[in-house]
Write a protein that binds this ligand. Structure first.
Ligand SMILES: Cc1ncc(COP(=O)(O)O)c(C=O)c1O
Length: 513
């Protein structure tokens, strides 16, 4: 048997001759399937001596027969969920090079601080004077983000990157409206074709017409195409830096000049700020508005929909339009204040996603300015390390130095496609990279190794990728049928997307019981 020790703790069979690898792990049954009649986790006190249940709940709402719930011991339940949790891929257990998502290690100190009762048990309606510590953190975090991004102020309210975009665009809209009819008539938002899908969605949600700007052969915004679309009807231009190809928009200052010459605002999608912290500030490049994904850049456990934070930074002229209330510092301490004159209003209940914000604050305090710069440099180094080592079978879409991630395409792998490579990686104990994004790159394989992985892990990943390329040439069917070692093999993804079955329902037998 040939085997490749890809993880310290696990030797994964990789050969098609090894039949054990074809079997996979057994699928864990549903709790309903584990049910044994009469088994109990807890016993409730008898109702007999008390008031009958019909005295509490009207008869019409009472069930005629017991619901078909699984009957299990506490141990059955604990084993079931522990086992499922161990089958998950997570940053704490696996290399997770999911491009565009920045799945870096999340220091546990962040969680510990955020769980302190003063934060975790704070009630959002507590008087300001009883949550001075929390308000101080929010105030300081706003200032730290302003410093890192070269902006004049920040709001911490948005709960994610897309929510930050919505907030930023609403701010731009309110500002343009405040400047009179000549500006408020501007109805177009210009967005490059490589942008994250949330950019056009957010602009459309704010009532703007979206105009797509082409990328050039270097994977950057095509300046000539941008100029063609820019005009007196342009409200905003949204640029992602580094862009979704992992490349630095090297003509961004020229873009800023053009945009401002036309009286429009320039917005930076700063979701990928993890490649820039300590190296370069959006405000210095000429951006009026920026949102940052704190869950990506400042390391907050995320994925599968959150929780996160998408603070928005603005230059001076836009400060009056920031969401309210704002945390202000007075001689008597910190307090929440709103004047309601120009603000776009409240975008999120209470103070924003406080847990995520405390984690971001802790991360910034843990590392300090110099280390934050090292972190960005290391993220860039790791992405370029993989880009160069994988060149032979997976060349980069744009063959140039990248920032924190690289977008590759399989070459010479015959009928083996990106999806097959991603599935096969699961057998080697790696979470798959992002596939088929950005949309402008056919067969895209988007790899973001992050700075927190060791060279040994990156080398094992390279070894696995090379092995897959070799298999693609020698026994393509083996790759096309992967994964071989996961509890569930290939799913019918089209069917799952078109007819999602998200709720367990009892089968007929159970219903009739
Ligand atoms: C470039 C870019 N823009 C916007 C977003 C949206 O952020 P969120 O998923 O937090 O809404 C992402 C998410 O990763 C992103 O990578």
């Amino acid at each position: 048997m040939s085997s490749l020790n890809l993880q310290e703790s696990k030797t994964v069979p990789v050969s098609s001759n090894d039949h054990s690898s074809d079997i996979g792990q057994e699928a864990e049954p549903f709790l309903y399937e584990r049910s044994t009649p009469g088994r109990r986790a807890i016993r409730f006190p008898s109702w007999k001596k008390r008031r009958p249940i019909s005295g509490w709940i009207p008869d019409s709402f009472l069930r005629k027969k017991a619901p078909p719930l699984p009957e299990l011991s506490e141990l059955d339940v604990v084993r079931h969920f522990t086992l499922l949790s161990q089958r998950n891929y997570s940053v704490d257990t696996h290399f997770y090079p999911l491009g565009s998502c920045t799945m870096k290690y999340n220091p546990k100190a962040n969680d510990r601080l955020c769980a302190l009762p003063a934060f975790a048990k704070a009630h959002p309606f507590q008087p300001d004077k009883t949550i001075q510590g929390l308000l101080e953190i929010l105030y300081d975090l706003e200032r730290m983000l302003s410093e890192i991004c070269g902006m004049d102020s920040f709001t911490l309210q948005p709960a994610a990157g897309a929510h930050g975009e919505l907030t930023g665009i609403l701010i731009a809209k309110a500002y343009l409206h405040s400047k009179g009819p000549e500006f408020s008539r501007r109805n177009k938002v210009l967005i490059p074709d490589s942008a994250h899908g949330t950019n056009p969605a957010s602009a459309a949600l704010c009532g703007f017409d979206v105009v797509t700007v082409k990328s050039n052969e270097r994977g950057r915004v095509d300046l000539e195409d941008l100029k063609k679309h820019l005009g007196s009807d342009t409200a905003l231009v949204m640029i992602t830096v580094p862009n979704t190809l992992g490349l630095f928009e090297d003509r961004v200052q020229e873009i800023a000049e053009e945009v401002h010459r036309q009286g429009a605002l320039l917005y930076m999608d700063g979701a990928n700020l993890n490649a820039l912290v300590g190296l370069l500030r959006p405000g210095d490049l000429g951006f009026d508005i920026v949102h940052v994904n704190v869950h990506k850049t400042f390391s907050i456990p995320h994925g599968g929909g959150g929780p996160g934070g998408g603070p928005v930074g603005v230059k001076k002229h836009l400060i009056p339009f920031l969401p309210e209330p704002r945390v202000v510092k007075t001689k008597q301490g910190y307090k929440l204040e709103e004047d309601g004159r120009h603000s776009v209003g409240r975008l999120r209940a209470f103070f924003g996603n406080t847990g995520a914000l405390i984690r971001a604050y802790t991360y910034l305090k843990l590392y300090g300015a110099e280390e934050l710069r090292d972190i960005s440099e290391m993220a860039i180094l790791h992405a370029n390390y993989l880009r160069v080592l994988l060149k032979e079978n997976f060349p980069a879409y744009v063959d140039q130095s990248c920032m924190h991630e690289c977008v590759l395409q399989p070459a010479g792998l015959g009928e083996v496609k990106t999806l097959d490579v991603a599935k096969r990686l699961l057998d080697f104990g790696f979470y798959a990279p992002t596939v088929y994004f950005p949309l402008i790159v056919p067969e895209a394989l988007m790899i973001e190794p992050t700075e927190t992985e060791s060279k040994q892990t990156l080398d094992r990943f390279v070894e696995a990728m090379r092995r897959i390329a070799q298999e693609a040439k020698e026994k393509p069917d083996w790759v096309k049928q992967a994964p071989h070692t996961t509890p569930v093999r290939r799913l019918d993804e089209v069917r799952a997307a078109r007819f999602p079955n998200l709720r367990w329902k009892p089968n007929k037998e159970m219903r009739d019981e």
